[in-house]
Design a protein around this ligand. Structure first.
Ligand SMILES: *[C@@H]1O[C@H](CO)[C@@H](O)[C@H](O)[C@H]1NC(C)=O
Ligand SMILES: *[C@@H]1O[C@H](CO)[C@@H](O)[C@H](O)[C@H]1NC(C)=O
Length: 501
């Protein structure tokens, strides 16, 4: 999975503070330095390496979980190691570590991205999956243990005639080795014991109905849809440890935001079970601690803090559909809302500031409600800064950006310099992109529909040069005389770091 908006949402969910357990002396985590890094990783068939900085908060939260996972994985012969990047700068530079913590899986020194959770059991389950072939061949001796190895285990029962089906399953297993555990049983007696006839695929689960049979002809698409729909419980509690599973499923999430202290919690959750069942494979239903994750509710445009509340989120398209005021008649209100959603009758909620009465400042103030109108005018080259009021780098950029606006004031018919407070305005789906950090600066040339990201030097010269090169109008502005105070201040901070949402 790419590390995109979903990952950031997960980081946000993960913000619940975890105590930093001081490192015990009997740690099972190896400490690596420049002198022994290469020799250690090259000797291990499979290991996990954490690149961290001692001051980093997410690293501190991870530390006790990482320790616990290291101890547990010892019995599988899988080692966990860590590298302090404030000391071992060359090792971390060579690994192109760009943020902390960075976790990488190493196979004899060949590194790949770690895509698992950051909780002990998640790390253990992920690394165990990495240690197995994408698909394990099962026998009467191994099948029982294999079924219990993870929350969800997929077993294909295939005879020698089912070569094409085996190929389908193998391809799915290779593409989804991070997500599910796959086994194949060729022995007819095993199929018989499972109550199926080859070719068959059965999912063994530690929740809801423990066994689910795939009932279609084997094709990669149908097998993957089946796995996605059936590998999560009908209504689970959502938290940092399972958010990525849901985000990666490709299905919209239907949340019940509930107060965990409420005596009605259980009945509220249960009342949505039939609806969840009806919409299985279309929507994933979850409930979430509304008190702990009130900010998540806010990010889905739920305005009040009157729980319960409900929302549907299409994570891939970043569409939000909040529903409030449901305390009375929860089931029927949610049911009719979900019905409208699945019919495509609901409009997504798009947060916007009011359209400014006038645009007096040097930089155009863009809001969601006016986004399509302004951006749709493709006679102009357009530079838009997406910022957050609290973001330090945005504040630092402001004087330079104002100067830039002033420079192009005489060319407003050709070049628009704009900014949008992306905490008070949702980026409409029509934009075709979402942003991952502040500030994000995007450019669109006149006559084009394509946004490109500005990643150059955030100085007046840097912007002017970029607009000159990439714009259609090739407007050139006079950089002399330049009051360089602001530009110089911005330049000092030339490391391309971003702040998290
Ligand atoms: C690697 O070297 C560091 C620094 O000399 C040492 O503290 C650490 O224990 C060594 N790790 C291993 C696995 O040998
Ligand atoms: C230059 O710009 C800075 C920041 O915008 C401002 O404080 C300063 O007064 C300006 N200096 C001159 C000479 O215009």
């Amino acid at each position: 999975m790419r590390f995109t908006r979903t990952a950031i949402a997960a980081a946000g969910l993960a913000s619940a503070a975890t105590a930093y357990a001081a490192e015990a002396s009997g740690s099972d985590v190896l400490v690596l330095s420049e002198g022994n890094f290469t020799s250690t990783v090259e000797a291990e068939p499979l290991m996990l390496v954490e690149f961290y900085a001692p001051w980093c908060g997410h690293c501190k939260n991870l530390a006790p979980q990482y320790e616990e996972a290291a101890t547990s994985l010892k019995q599988n012969g899988i080692k966990l190691a860590k590298v302090d990047c404030t000391v071992e700068t060359e090792v971390c530079a060579a690994q192109e570590v760009a943020g902390y913590p960075t976790l990488k899986v190493s196979r004899k020194g060949v590194f790949t991205e770690y895509n698992g959770a950051r909780k002990a059991d998640g790390i253990v389950s992920y690394m165990q999956k990495q240690s197995l072939p994408a698909i394990s061949t099962l026998t009467a001796d191994s099948i029982t243990e294999f079924k219990g190895k993870d929350k969800v285990v997929a077993i294909a029962y295939l005879s020698d005639k089912d070569a094409a089906d085996l190929e389908v399953i193998t391809k799915v297993a290779e593409a989804h080795r991070d997500d599910y555990l796959f086994g194949v049983a060729h022995d007819e007696s095993l199929a018989k014991a499972a109550g199926v006839t080859a070719p068959a695929l059965v999912l063994y689960r530690k929740f809801d109905e423990p066994e689910v049979k795939f009932d279609k002809k084997f094709s990669q698409d149908d097998v993957v849809s089946f796995l996605k729909a059936e590998s999560v419980p009908l209504i689970d509690e959502l938290g940092p440890e399972n958010f990525m599973t849901y985000a990666g499923s490709g299905l919209p999430l239907a949340y019940l935001f509930a107060d965990p202290e409420s005596k009605d919690l259980q009945s509220q959750v249960e009342s949505l079970r039939p609806l969840a069942k009806e919409n299985k494979g279309k929507l994933n239903f979850v409930w979430i601690d509304a008190v702990k994750f009130a900010n998540h509710a806010k990010s889905l445009n739920i305005q009040s803090e009157n729980w319960p509340a409900f929302a549907i989120q299409d994570i891939e398209k970043n569409l939000k559909f909040p529903l409030e005021d449901i305390a009375s008649d929860l089931t029927s209100k949610v049911s009719s809302f979900v019905g409208q959603y699945t019919k495509g009758d609901l409009k997504p909620s798009i947060k916007s500031e009011p359209i400014p009465a006038d645009q007096d400042g040097p930089v155009h103030v863009l809001v969601s409600d006016e986004f399509d109108k302004i951006v749709g005018d493709d006679s102009k080259d357009m530079l838009v800064e997406f910022y957050a009021p609290w973001c330090g780098h945005c504040k630092k950029l402001a004087p330079t950006y104002d100067q830039l606006g002033e420079k192009y004031a005489a060319h407003k018919d050709k070049v628009l310099i704009a900014k949008m407070d992306a905490t008070a305005n949702d980026i409409p789906p029509s934009a075709g992109f979402q942003i991952q950090s502040f500030p994000t600066i995007k450019f669109k040339a006149a006559g084009s529909k394509e946004w490109i990201e500005f990643q150059g030097d955030r100085s007046l010269e840097g912007f002017v040069e970029f607009i000159g090169q990439n714009g259609k109008h090739k407007v050139s502005v006079d950089l002399e005389p330049v009051n360089d105070t602001a530009a110089d201040a911005a330049k000092k901070d030339d490391a391309p770091h971003h702040e998290e949402l």
